[in-house]
Design a protein around this ligand. Structure first.
Ligand code: HEM
Length: 439
């Protein structure tokens, strides 16, 4: 006989239900300890079962994944924008898409992208003056967007990058400061919906003109010097295996999935270093000791900062799945059709897996610690077949951008420096993250 899943949100634990609405991060933070490995959240407008055990995360993402699929509601929410791009595609469409996109992430390509990442960062640094207080989130977003535009689309035209940035900003703001889940249908003509529609039209125009240019310039097969995502997709289009709409969907997906998450990760890493001067100085020593910074430079301290920032502030803080068949987990029967949530925020901040879990301590990531940590106690990029395709790209970008910035400037906290994540689709900061630049 299986037990009834404990439910949060019913009297007598109504207080918790209010807390979920008011501050989901705080709720998730204490959830594994307070409610155990499996619990149901059931409040008006929101019902799901949350698994907070690393083995269960593995079961869903990598083990029993035939019993779990991406949550159709998430796909509905994003499908309008991303169509058959990788995030939202399913079945054969997804498999084919993954094959077409994969060449853009081969290791040889990544090394070349690394050079672009360093160049774009150097350009961004030129905008920062000594003593100036800058918004780290604004700067990180500008930078990650120009990196995706250069590496994936082969775009280095500032006006085009600015148009993409404006559209991307209007699109991401449709998903905030919405509570999870945000579900105002698109046909409701709210100002935000209208702005969103205009932004998607604008983005389609820019992408259309990039594709036309790449086709007519005849370099679609080699992207000028070498192949990039655009050229990989265009050549699949030439051979008739991808339609124009599918090419568009892949490009929009890569643009949005590829820049916002990385910008958030970079923002929190910069904010954490600014507010932890000892840690900052340790990394600074490492990156300034290097003669020449290249994509291959060994930077173990920087890598630990990246790892620890992604643990403490995972940009994707919840993954949504749905059971396709009943499953029994930790003695509980979870019926078919149940919405299941796996939360990085809950697991990465649990003292079941980490000592002093709320402290920013990059030094904790020793090789012994990594060996003893259950694999899915750390999953900022998800896992299994649907693991983030941009994982290596993002890790390379974060280490190179951080290292390049710290070689030139010290970022210091100001009395206004605050890292306040918003519970939108991602954990983006609520407002600007102010830091002072010291050259
Ligand atoms: C720190 C940065 C990033 C984080 C934290 C992140 C996180 C994630 C996560 C958690 C997933 C899995 C979603 C799920 O299973 O429901 C995912 C999927 C995906 N990510 Fe990332 N991502 C990052 C950077 C990137 C970059 C740089 C790109 C592309 C250039 C990218 C493209 C994608 C795509 C296309 C998928 C869908 C993969 C599939 O379903 O086959 N991401 N990402």
């Amino acid at each position: 006989m299986s037990e009834t899943i404990p439910t949060v949100g019913r009297v007598p634990v109504l207080g918790s239900a209010l807390e979920i609405g008011r501050d989901p991060f705080r709720f998730l933070e204490g959830a594994p300890e307070e409610y155990g490995p499996v619990f149901r959240v059931s409040i008006p407008g929101l019902s799901f079962v949350c698994y907070t055990d690393a083995e269960l995360v593995e079961r869903v993402l990598a083990g029993k994944s035939d019993r779990y699929r991406k949550d159709p509601r998430e796909i509905d929410l994003l499908g309008d924008l991303l169509g058959d791009g990788l995030l939202t595609a399913r079945g054969d469409d997804w498999e084919r898409g993954r094959e077409h996109v994969q060449p853009a992430f081969y290791p040889g390509r990544l090394r070349e992208y690394g050079e672009d990442m360093l160049d774009r960062t150097a350009e961004e640094l030129e905008r920062w003056d000594d003593g100036e207080v800058i918004d780290a989130h604004g700067a990180a977003t500008r930078l990650t967007l120009s990196i995706v535009a250069t590496t994936m689309f082969g775009v280095d035209d500032v006006a085009e990058t600015d148009a993409i940035a404006a559209a991307a900003d209007a699109i991401t703001s449709r998903f905030e400061p919405s509570r999870v889940p945000m579900e105002i249908p698109l046909w409701v003509p709210t100002p935000a919906n209208r702005r969103y529609r205009n932004a998607t039209d604008e983005l389609d125009d820019v992408i259309g003109s990039i594709l036309r240019r790449r086709r007519t310039s005849g370099d679609e097969l080699n992207g000028g010097d070498s192949s990039d995502l655009c050229s990989a997709l265009l050549s699949a289009g030439e051979s008739g295996t991808l339609s124009d709409d599918e090419i568009r969907d892949h490009l929009v997906t890569m643009l949005l999935a590829g820049h916002e998450t990385t910008a958030i990760a970079l923002t929190y890493a910069l904010g954490l270093l600014a507010t932890h001067p000892d840690e900052r100085e340790r990394v600074l020593e490492e990156v300034r000791a290097v003669d020449e910074l290249t994509p291959q430079t060994n930077l173990p301290r920087t890598d630990r900062v990246v790892r620890e920032s992604l643990r403490l502030y995972p940009p994707t803080y919840m993954l949504f799945r749905q059971t396709t068949k009943p499953d029994t987990v930790s003695g509980y029967e979870v019926p078919a059709g149940t919405r299941v949530v796996l939360s990085q925020w809950a697991i990465h901040r649990s003292d079941r897996y980490y000592d002093d879990p709320l402290a920013f301590r990059p030094g904790r990531w020793t090789s012994e610690m990594r060996e003893s940590l259950p694999e899915y106690a750390y999953f900022p990029f998800g896992g299994g077949a649907r693991q983030c395709i941009g994982r290596r790209f993002a890790l390379l970008e974060l280490r190179l951008v951080l290292a390049r910035i710290l070689r030139s400037v010290r970022l210091e906290a100001t009395p206004e420096t605050e890292l306040s994540p918003t519970p939108a689709l991602t954990s983006r900061p609520e407002g600007p993250v102010w830091v002072r630049v010291r050259r």
